[in-house]
Design a protein around this ligand. Structure first.
Ligand code: SF4
Length: 329
């Protein structure tokens, strides 16, 4: 039975952006009519190139931005109507760079206990014990309790960020590129830790990552974003074995950059990523699509349910093409 902890219904977030000399301000639809449910206990991976809207979507889930239109509910509560403190009780973030997300002037113990203070936890006498317990769970020795972030390694700092996120037992954690700033040698340790904690606390993760290998390893379901829309959704096995949307096929056929940990794919799509202030007509992917048809530039494609969802004319009326085989890594 469906039990969504995040329910997004036709969510749009528009920014007014200067479009250049004499053109004044123009609307940029960073998120453009997204409907999406995240089920309790699942790991939803969100992938797409920079600027596709995944960070804006995450900021709305965190209550840092309000939708321009549409509704977004966290565990049944309407974001926007709920106070930020209330949102923080349900959902916590883990960011990419553990160094910049930790206050360098605070001790590790103070950083981990901060959410208890912010939430006015009624039992301060237990805070230190709870901080030490969560440190133990994330694999941090309690002897670093009085240390400062600059005295820890990158992997330890990310463990501090994870401990801080979990001390108040949220239901949902948004992991925004959780390992991309870390050495390759510690990335898998942090990913395995996140997997273990998910089981331990019954967490739901929203995993935002450029790194397709990380998404394939962690996610139970994947949403592919392009220019503010979700163009394909499917369970992870299906999406990686048989991608349907030409953009997903290009992403999965892409070559990872050699820079360790970054994993930004070179999609070899030929045409550059379009200007989101002036998106292409019809299917916004059409100038880059290897399978473009005449009507693609004229009509926006329908969302076709196929176990998952794909937004492409190729699959309207029960059509569809075979997915190309993935290039070996
Ligand atoms: Fe390509 Fe047309 Fe599908 Fe868009 S709708 S992805 S242009 S085939």
């Amino acid at each position: 039975m469906s039990d969504p902890v995040i329910e997004a219904s036709d969510v749009t977030r528009t920014f007014m952006i200067s479009a250049g000399f004499m053109r004044g301000k123009q609307p940029l639809h960073a998120v453009n009519g997204i409907s999406l449910n995240v089920e309790r206990g699942e790991v939803l991976g969100i992938v797409g190139e920079s600027g596709c809207g995944k960070t804006t979507l995450a900021k709305m889930m965190l209550g840092l931005l309000e939708p321009t239109s549409g509704t977004l509910r966290l565990d049944g509560k309407l974001v926007g109507a709920a106070h930020r403190i209330e949102v923080a009780r349900i959902l916590q973030p883990i960011f990419q760079d553990p160094y910049s997300s930790l206050n360098p002037r605070k001790s590790i113990g103070d950083i981990i206990m901060l959410p208890l203070k912010v939430q006015n936890d009624p039992d301060p006498a237990t805070w230190r014990k709870r901080a030490e317990d969560i440190m133990d769970l994330v694999g941090l020795p309690t002897r670093v309790y009085n240390n400062y972030p600059n005295q820890l390694s990158g992997g330890q700092r990310q463990r501090v960020a994870i401990a801080r996120a979990l001390i108040n037992r949220p239901k949902i954690v948004i992991c925004d590129e959780p390992t991309s700033a870390l050495d390759v040698s510690v990335q898998s340790q942090i990913l395995n830790l996140l997997q273990d904690l998910r089981g331990e606390f019954g967490l739901t993760y929203v995993l935002i990552s450029h790194n397709l290998a990380v998404v394939e390893h962690m996610a139970t379901r994947v949403a592919v974003m392009y220019l503010g829309r979700i163009v394909e959704q499917a369970d992870t096995d299906t999406l990686f074995k048989a991608p349907k949307h030409p953009y997903t096929q290009a992403l999965l056929g892409s070559v990872l950059t050699p820079e360790p940990g970054l994993g930004v794919p070179d999609t070899h799509l030929g045409a550059a990523y379009p200007n989101p202030i002036d998106p292409p007509s019809g299917c916004t992917f059409h100038p880059r699509c290897a399978q473009v048809m005449d009507h693609c530039s004229k009509q926006a494609p329908p969302a076709v349910a196929n176990g998952g969802m794909v937004e492409c004319h190729l699959y309207a009326h029960g059509g569809g093409r075979k997915s190309p085989k993935r290039k070996s890594k």
